[in-house]
Design a protein around this ligand. Structure first.
Ligand SMILES: CCCCCCCCCCC/C=C/C(=O)SCCNC(=O)CCNC(=O)[C@H](O)C(C)(C)COP(=O)(O)OP(=O)(O)OC[C@H]1O[C@@H](n2cnc3c(N)ncnc32)[C@H](O)[C@@H]1OP(=O)(O)O
Ligand SMILES: Cc1cc2nc3c(=O)[nH]c(=O)nc-3n(C[C@H](O)[C@H](O)[C@H](O)COP(=O)(O)OP(=O)(O)OC[C@H]3O[C@@H](n4cnc5c(N)ncnc54)[C@H](O)[C@@H]3O)c2cc1C
Length: 627
């Protein structure tokens, strides 16, 4: 309720106004509202902010830069930089992606060469493709970067390492010598974020600025490895784990809230010709668009909670020196980020489109959400690349399953029990245990199918890397199937263990079944091809989904109300709690800058001459037509 936190109408602001407004609001929130004993920029308050502020700055500073200091810094380096970063006395970003490389990290070209005589690293972008490009907060805000660069000592390359590099003067904010930095220009979304470019030319930093938890360089240039070098990729794992809740579940919940509320208000057309116009939410076609997306919000939320717990437990083990969980966590986080961002972004567009013309208006709040969710499919690991990383792990596990009993998220790959489905009615197919088994079997068959195809190609003389490349689409499907069985399985377990009222558990169970059935019906080719379902059972699966839509329709608005977004957070004329859609749309449109004058001044410049001529024609005064 603090007016300083209330959103102004972002759609009627320029990009620079939005950049300034987001910075003002974020700093106000962080500096005024939140500091409490033990506050940290990655604590629960940040989660509140991520929910409450439609556009805020310093996402990378708080969500990536600071956690990286904790992950890659020694205790001394943490003691030095964490307090400065937590109090915003330094503003940082995570500068890894380059103009020429983002996915293939071994191809990064920025070099950090050790200068033994001066005990410094010389940072250099040897050519334009080495320039850092995309990091958030880097164009105009950050004065430091956590620079990911190839470490070179005496001409020998040691791979990607993290370096703390100051890029702007802490007083004047001017770029330092050797630093060319700026904003990369307009993007599909994240208008308020200054994603930037950074060209470093022979910038010198002290030896102590190599973040040295995992490796260090002694004054004489001796390189010491201190841990599993794959932990150098740990920041990306953490962000992939965290972004699911904040950048996928939360925005999709907002979009569903808007679309379901609007669909309950919007009357359009007739179902029974003898009755009055119906709310579009009464159309089964509309329920089929909206309710599976509502279900996705809950299931992705439950699965993300499990992943966050797994990441937390893994982090505790890493502190003890045990990194054995890293391969599974990497595969799961990469796969979850890719598959849920794909589902979430597609789902947000489905519900936007379900709102007709007003869903195309920025006043609905939906285009903002859709465009922003599209970015989740690219950043923090482009989805295709992430799905292939997940598949790489699955293929290895499938081989291992032939001789070992697997555990963890891949346990089903060594489950050779009879998994045939005996469902005879659509009710049988709404049973959580049946749905879990179906998803496990489909995933196991998809992984084995891709693996078998590649093995056969290699047996016939195809090089393994070519077989991998040619079967990539099957591998990606296997990764998706694996994640779907993980989401369904963890959600069923989570709901069964949830202590809540029977009526709430019934609704959550129905939503879980809806999510699973919608996934089956959207991928029934796999389920039939792998013998999981007969054609007749596929019909029952569709019947089961339609039955759940009917059961959930009466509670649809109550379910999205439970997300408890305020009108200020939603910023939507269609999704406001009072349902006064038309009055809100009209008021919103009238505030558009285009309407600040009755006649737009450019009309006088370009249109007026023709208007006069038009009047002459209308009043019978001919004119020499030159047309
Ligand atoms: C309150 C805060 C809320 C959070 C809100 C967040 C908002 C987000 C805003 C947006 C921020 C965006 C930031 C960015 O985009 S940062 C840049 C992200 N970039 C990437 O993700 C790059 C993706 N590419 C890679 O990770 C690697 O290049 C790739 C893994 C694809 C390949 O690496 P490499 O060639 O070195 O490895 P291989 O494929 O050959 O595999 C080698 C082995 O290493 C294992 N591996 C790979 N990655 C990891 C990892 N991350 N962790 C652990 N292990 C890993 C891989 O499995 C191989 O193992 P095996 O040999 O055993 O199979
Ligand atoms: C909004 C936003 C914010 C970002 N913030 C940051 C940030 O703060 N810090 C940072 O360092 N970076 C950031 N990035 C950059 C982001 O991490 C990269 O864009 C991402 O990693 C993808 O890399 P790329 O852009 O080089 O695409 P590429 O890797 O070039 O991908 C291009 C295409 O090639 C395909 N492809 C690539 N490799 C393979 C493969 N092995 N197999 C099959 N297909 C492949 C991809 O699937 C894709 O379709 C941000 C990007 C965006 C959009």
């Amino acid at each position: 309720n603090d007016t300083s936190m209330q959103h102004r109408n972002l759609n009627h602001m320029t990009r620079e106004e939005r950049f300034s407004e987001a910075m003002r609001r974020t700093l106000y929130a962080l500096k005024v509202l939140l500091p409490r004993e033990g506050w940290t920029p990655v604590g629960p308050e940040m989660k509140y902010l991520a929910r409450a502020i439609k556009e805020f700055t310093f996402i990378i500073h708080a969500g990536v830069f600071i956690p990286c200091i904790m992950s890659y810094g020694t205790n001394e380096q943490i003691a030095k930089w964490f307090p400065l970063a937590a109090d915003f006395r330094i503003i940082g970003t995570y500068a890894q992606t380059e103009l020429g490389h983002g996915s293939f990290l071994r191809g990064l070209e920025t070099i950090a060469t050790y200068d033994r005589a001066n005990q410094e690293f010389i940072i250099n972008c040897p050519k334009i493709t080495a320039m850092k490009w995309w990091p958030g907060d880097m164009g105009k805000s950050a004065n430091h970067v956590l620079l990911m660069a190839e470490l070179v000592i005496d001409g020998k390359k040691y791979g990607m390492h993290g370096f703390m590099v100051q890029i702007r003067d802490l007083t004047t904010h001017e770029p330092l010598p050797g630093v060319t930095v700026g904003d990369i220009g307009a993007k599909l979304s994240f208008e308020s974020v200054d994603n930037g470019f950074l060209y470093l030319q022979n910038v010198r930093i002290p030896r102590e600025n190599l973040l040295s938890k995992l490796s260090e360089v002694h004054p004489d240039g001796t390189y010491i490895k201190k841990g599993n070098q794959r932990l150098m990729y740990g920041s990306m794992v953490r962000v992939r784990v965290n972004l699911i809740a904040h950048e996928i579940v939360m925005p999709l919940a907002k979009a569903c809230t808007i679309a379901v509320r609007y669909s309950a208000v919007r009357r359009q057309g007739l179902i029974n010709p003898s009755k009055e116009e119906v709310p579009v939410l009464d159309y089964v076609a509309q329920q089929h668009k909206l309710l599976p997306q509502v279900a996705t919000v809950f299931m992705a939320h439950f699965a993300a909670k499990q992943l966050v717990k797994m990441h937390h437990d893994y982090s505790l083990e890493v502190e003890k020196g045990n990194t054995s969980q890293l391969p599974e966590l990497h595969a799961l986080s990469a796969g979850m980020k890719a598959c849920l961002s794909e589902q979430g972004a597609a789902g947000a567009e489905i519900v936007r489109r379900a709102c007709g013309g007003h869903g195309y208006s920025c006043g609905s709040g939906l285009p903002f959400i859709v465009n922003r969710m599209l970015a989740t499919c690219t950043y923090e690991g482009e989805n295709t690349v992430m799905q292939l990383q997940c598949a790489r792990y699955l293929i290895k596990c499938a081989d291992q399953a032939k001789k070992d009993k697997l555990t963890g998220s891949v346990w089903y790959l060594s489950d050779f029990s009879n998994m045939s489905c005996t469902a005879q009615t659509f009710g049988d197919l709404q049973e959580p245990s049946v749905l879990v088994k179906l998803h496990e079997r489909r995933a196991k068959c998809a992984v084995q199918h891709a693996g078998k195809k590649m093995q056969n190609m290699v047996k016939n003389g195809t090089p393994a890397h070519d077989a991998w490349n040619m079967m990539a689409t099957l591998l990606i499907n296997a990764a998706r199937a694996h994640i779907m069985q993980y989401v369904v399985g963890t959600s069923v377990t989570y709901i069964s263990e949830l202590s809540c009222s029977a009526s709430l558990k019934k609704i959550l169970t129905q939503l879980c079944a809806l999510y699973a059935l919608h996934n089956i019906n959207s991928n029934c080719g796999d389920f039939v091809k792998f013998g999981c379902l007969t054609s007749a059972q596929c019909d029952l699966a569709q019947e089961a989904e339609f039955n759940l839509l009917k059961q959930l329709r009466p509670d649809a608005v109550g379910i999205v109300d439970s997300f408890d977004f305020t009108d200020d957070i939603l910023q939507s004329c269609l999704g406001a709690y009072d349902g006064n859609v038309y009055e809100r749309l009209f008021e919103w449109a009238k505030q558009a800058p285009m309407n600040k004058t009755e006649v737009h001044q450019d009309s006088y410049q370009y249109l007026q001459p023709y208007l006069h001529e038009g009047r002459d024609v209308l009043e019978g005064r001919g004119r020499n037509s030159k047309l």
